[in-house]
Ligand binder design. Sequence first.
Ligand SMILES: NC(=O)c1ccc[n+]([C@@H]2O[C@H](COP(=O)([O-])OP(=O)(O)OC[C@H]3O[C@@H](n4cnc5c(N)ncnc54)[C@H](O)[C@@H]3O)[C@@H](O)[C@H]2O)c1
Length: 372
Amino acid sequence: MITIGLPKESRQDETRVALTPDAIKKLCKKGFQVKVEKSAGERAGFPDSAYEMEGVELVDAAQAWGTDVLLKVHRPSDSEMPRLKKGALLISMLEPYLKDGFFEKMAGQGVDTISMELIPRTSRAQSMDVLSSQANIAGYRAVLEAAAHYGRFLPLMMTSAGSSKPAKVMILGVGVAGLQAIATAKRMGATVEAYDIRPDVKEQIQSLGAKVVELDVGEEGTGTGGYAKELSEEGKKKQQALLTERLKKCDVIISTANVPGRRAPVLISEEAVKGMRPGSVIVDMAAATGGNCPLSEPGHVVTKYGVKIVGLVNYPSLVPTDSSQFYANNLVSLLSLMVDDQAGKPAIRYDLEDDIISAALSTYQGQVRLKN
Ligand SMILES: NC(=O)c1ccc[n+]([C@@H]2O[C@H](COP(=O)([O-])OP(=O)(O)OC[C@H]3O[C@@H](n4cnc5c(N)ncnc54)[C@H](O)[C@@H]3O)[C@@H](O)[C@H]2O)c1
């Protein structure tokens, strides 16, 4: 019988767990045996007792790591890697854009790996798309973070003790996180406008009731696969200059702009920050990839020129129960695609002709498959 292991996440800032009790129930129905490391789900709101209620075996770390299929949120640390057995399959967010020898080590150890970030952004793969499921939650949580740091109301308030105008919120970068940030800020009563380099998103911004900000940067920003492309040096300068004046008038900025595998574009210049009203808030969701604002500090909240700049890097971990639920559902969908039911005994099938498997399978049979 194929065993699936759920080791505890070891990163300090990680509260999610890759499988919830509900998800495990679905995997058990498919004939897998799941071994959960004790207290793996505790920080996500799933105590050991919740797993035990599904009849799951709670084990120590060595037993969880020694299984056939390992499900994780993050890639294993250097000290955890040797715990994976030869021939195991590791499915996780493996940070495929980091060129740090991780995949070479996994291939050398004979471990097959699937990077969840490389699941294609197609309709067929939607139920496995962890970038979307987690970015959606991050966009929601980022607005709550902004609201908590902003010393004023987001909505219009009219009370006998006084009144306040709605906050002017600007969303920069309207991918999955940006769209959810627009929707959340609208629900909270703010006046919302949004900007993206890809012209395709205009209708989506409008459908959420926000105002589209259009800037003439002199070049087209649409890249391949629905993503943006990096602008030329001249385009970047033009964009920053045009944005600077607009951003000075905003009370809250939520910035999410990214180009996969690249440093995040600088959209919020120091001059823009200087010009903002004291007490304004910037939530730089791109802080982990270099920042949309050069003043943001990854993992910290700093105050510069009287403006609070939030550089947190793991928003889904601040909503750990739902993030884990969504992430686990993504994993179950992927495993459902890979399972080959041989007379009631599940086997894992690597169909290299399948565009989803082909795109995400990062090491296989001792070879690194990642391109570039
Ligand atoms: N199943 C599907 O078909 C599916 C699922 C999810 C996402 N998508 C698509 O994938 C794409 C990427 O979404 P994402 O959320 O991962 O994006 P992302 O996190 O890579 O980037 C966030 C946003 O930043 C924008 N951006 C980049 N550089 C910019 C700049 N210089 N100025 C302003 N904005 C800039 C991008 O256009 C993008 O909208 C979108 O087109 C989305 O619709 C498709």
